[in-house]
Design a protein around this ligand. Structure first.
Ligand code: NVA
Length: 325
């Protein structure tokens, strides 16, 4: 078996449209019956590694691994010092001999890719500087629960258009067949490469992607409105300029006035942690259209479904079968 036969989830478009739908359907089923899937019975260990702060991701992955019958092996990135004490590839080889999957939150996307190339077990992106694909699966499940079938729905994301959430909304939303609109100030708009990939995927699945600097245009008639912190992890040095009086993001704060331009049934999404008074007003995030607590819970269900899918694929690869991909 070569490592390339193993499926990973490093960015949102690592799942096809059909696979994404399968994972979301399985997540909905596991939400109804939490212990129905025992993919990690043994218990098999899953390494859950954090190089950046966490709450939701740590809790949802460790709980999810336990609910799948496995053992969540927490690895503190500051102790492991991956890439410093030991290369990423050597770490991958060591972990891959002992655990069934690796979940990693780190900085550069290239570190995750390097881990996946050498691990021999599925590697899952638990957030990098570039993408946060597990969060988008949770958001898609939440949109489907509150607004119905995903293809053709409109999602507007306001704020930092160059961050991991914006990129993952573009890619993951495009795979789902959504119309994704990103409103961000010039200089903070999505990467051209991600936008091009998202555009091709959206066209293939009946959706579209749009980037604008007008928050009003982005939210007009939208089914879901989303935002994220203006100061992502690792950007703390820019906090004063990103959040201060002259913040370029100020016009993109999600207010009730902006929500009033969206569909009357529009939901509000935020990956959390949220900073009330900055990217969103308290009135919106604590108001009747906000579904952020459902969204946070859904991390658990989608990640369990994702792990189940990837472990099933790995089993097929080891057995020499064709798998789904
Ligand atoms: N863009 C944010 C997401 C937090 C879940 C960050 O990277 O800090």
């Amino acid at each position: 078996m070569t490592p390339t036969q193993i499926r990973h989830f490093l960015r949102d478009d690592d799942l096809s449209h059909a696979e994404q739908r399968h994972v979301l359907d399985l997540a909905a089923a596991l939400k109804m019956d939490r212990y129905a899937d025992r993919s990690l019975a043994g218990p098999q260990a899953v390494a859950v590694i954090f190089d950046k702060p966490t709450l939701r991701t740590q809790v949802s992955f460790t709980t999810g691994v336990a609910e799948l019958g496995g053992y969540p092996l927490m690895v503190d990135g500051s102790l492991a010092q991956i890439g410093e004490r030991e290369s990423v590839a050597d770490t991958a080889r060591i972990l891959g001999r002992q655990v069934s999957a690796i979940v990693w939150r780190t900085y550069a996307q290239s570190r995750l890719t390097e881990m996946a190339e050498a691990a021999g077990v599925p590697v899952v992106n638990a957030l990098t500087d570039d993408f946060h694909p597990c969060q988008i699966l949770a958001d898609l499940l939440t949109i489907a629960e509150h607004r119905g079938d995903l293809p053709g729905r409109t999602l507007a994301y306001l704020g930092d258009g160059g961050n991991n959430m914006a990129h993952s909304y573009l890619l993951g939303g495009a795979v789902a067949g959504l119309h994704v609109r990103v409103a961000a100030p010039k200089g903070h708009q999505p990467s051209a490469a991600v936008l091009a990939d998202a555009d091709a995927l959206a066209r293939a699945h009946g959706g579209s992607v749009t980037v604008t600097d007008s928050p009003q245009d982005a939210v007009a008639g939208a089914d879901a409105v989303a935002t994220d912190t203006w100061v992502s992890m690792g950007m703390e040095a820019e906090k004063a300029t990103r959040r201060g009086d002259q913040s370029p993001f100020a016009p993109y704060q999600v207010t009730q006035a902006l929500m009033d331009l969206a569909d009357p049934e529009a939901i509000f999404l935020h990956c959390l942690p949220a900073y009330r008074g900055h990217e969103v007003t308290a009135e919106v995030i604590d108001g009747p259209r906000s579904v952020v607590w459902d969204e946070a819970e859904n991390r658990l269900h989608v990640q369990k479904a994702l792990l189940s899918f990837l472990l099933d694929q790995a089993g097929r690869a080891r057995a020499g079968g064709p798998g789904r991909g």
